[in-house]
Design a binder for this molecule. Structure first.
Ligand SMILES: CC(C)(COP(=O)(O)OP(=O)(O)OC[C@H]1O[C@@H](n2cnc3c(N)ncnc32)[C@H](O)[C@@H]1OP(=O)(O)O)[C@@H](O)C(=O)NCCC(=O)NCCS
Length: 137
């Protein structure tokens, strides 16, 4: 199955939001405004399945001007497309160094980040669950 990795446009927001909603327990709420900011700031990439012409994954980040550290805010691949290397490809677009928090409920997230060379440098109590903090230099 061939995939395309590209920056989305305004018309893609609804479809991206559906993936975020699917993983709301892991990803929290991702607003249309945040997705729009990602498009304007070139800090949002999607993966499209060219056979079905649907969006199957995305990654949203922000890079701090002060120290150029990037925080990944939201990252999801549809379950029917998991373990096909899509997350790994999306991650290639994210500028280093990267920091992020991953909730305890996201086993796939933790396994994924560890497999990609991230280090778990802290575990803190979030509002609803424990958050695993990861970094990649
Ligand atoms: C995390 C996520 C984005 C990974 O996307 P993906 O496209 O499935 O990841 P990849 O196929 O690129 O996986 C790369 C490697 O990560 C590891 N990995 C990924 N998912 C895993 C899982 N569920 N269990 C164990 N290892 C896993 C494996 O080592 C995998 O390589 P392999 O398939 O060759 O063994 C996806 O599982 C997801 O959307 N999860 C739910 C939302 C979420 O938790 N997002 C992160 C919030 S912090």
């Amino acid at each position: 199955m061939s995939k395309l990795y590209l920056p989305p446009t305004e018309s893609d927001i609804k479809e991206i939001s559906k993936i975020a909603d699917y993983y709301s327990n892991e990803l929290g709420y991702v607003s249309y405004g945040e997705l729009r900011d990602g498009i304007e700031g070139n800090s949002l990439i999607i993966s499209k399945d060219l056979n079905t012409n649907t969006i199957v994954g995305y990654v949203l980040w922000r890079t701090r001007k002060r120290d150029s550290i990037t925080r990944v805010y939201s990252f999801g691949v549809l379950p029917s497309y998991s373990r096909q290397g899509i997350g790994r490809e999306l991650l290639k677009f994210v500028p280093r160094p990267i920091i992020l928090s991953c909730p305890e409920s996201s086993v796939s997230g933790r396994e994924f980040y560890l497999s990609q060379g991230f280090k778990n440098f802290n575990i803190k109590q979030g509002r609803k669950q424990k958050l695993y903090e990861f970094k990649l230099d």
